[in-house]
Design a protein around this ligand. Sequence first.
Ligand code: GLC
Length: 404
Amino acid sequence: MNWFVNDRFGMFVHWGPYSLAARHEWVKTREKLTDAQYQPYVDHFSPDLYDPAAWARTARAAGMRYAVLTTKHHDGFCLWDSDLTDYKAPRDLVEPFVAACRAEGLKVGFYHSLIDWHHPEFPVDGTHPLRDVQPLPERDISVYRRYLHGQVRELLTRYGTVDYLFFDFSYSGRSEWWGGKGPEDWGSKELLAMVRELQPDILVNDRLGIPGDFVTPEQYQPSAPMPSPWEACQTLNGSWGYDRDNLDYKSADLLVKMLVDGVSKGGNLLLNVGPDGRGRIDPRATALLARIGGWMELHERSIRGCGPAEYPAPADCRYTRRGDRLYLHLFSWPLRHVHLPGLAGKVRYAQLLNDASEIRLVSTDPDQQAQNTRMGGQAPGTLTLELPVQRPEVLVPVVELFLE
Ligand code: GLC
């Protein structure tokens, strides 16, 4: 778990035939497409611009330290040369991804869908593209289960050390999905035991329907620290797969605030890109990651190895802490002063992190009366920082506090 809570920031990559449809990775079920109707995307999936080294460089430059690739998504299409199916990419696309990650010093992660809308023995349920086809075909999930376990074994025995595994997803009891599927369907206990046997140090998420090593809030920011190690997985525009006409992109400063907010609550951020059908990360995504990278270049130590602090943060601010360093992240820039409850006498020096310029510490007598330009005293134990009027030109300004 050490690398995970140290690195804090990773890249999620959703890529497959749905990238050619370019209208969300659930296109097959949203449009209730048959295998034949979905086949053109499979037939035309030949990514001539696929350059995983460029992906890995983009991730590294953004400040990410691990990367997670969809080996198979819900459509059942495999990006590696599985012996168990022909429903796969024209060549092994996973091996070069793994090699590129290692070359950039990134930890390697695999996403693997438990759901499979292509496998002939995956019973149709409310999520399935064929849910309206009557009569429903008789299917034997035990056959699919063996296939699932067999493919996971392939992935965990062919590419060396795999550091992270994101199964997706269990949905037991979901009435809208006809009762859904869960641990019994996947054989989760046996599957997890096999995973741990093959890769003893691997981290596995919480979506097998049984406890994993970390929990995975999705597309929302937890409002408080979560009970166990956690990682929020987030999109740039709401879709995981490449979604050409979806321009609902988050701003760079919002994305940095999501990263900081998560770390201030003890969590990681897994930020997604959806490369297009040719294998290129689209320019809007690349530009956003580059801006985040610009901020990380100056502020990395306020994220790496940091976690929550025990002090209450002022309004519109977050704290991250590592040892005797406390980082005050200012989501909005106040006029001249910010008051830090509980920190009086606890800070020996302070500076803006982006340029190491000193920030003056002010302790006011709590009984001091306000008069004209002299402000009144703050609550006992409050430390006040004197800020420049000009907000530093960074996505999120940070004051580094050196604790006594
Ligand atoms: C959800 C989506 C799936 C996506 C995953 C990422 O399960 O259904 O498409 O891959 O989240 O976390």
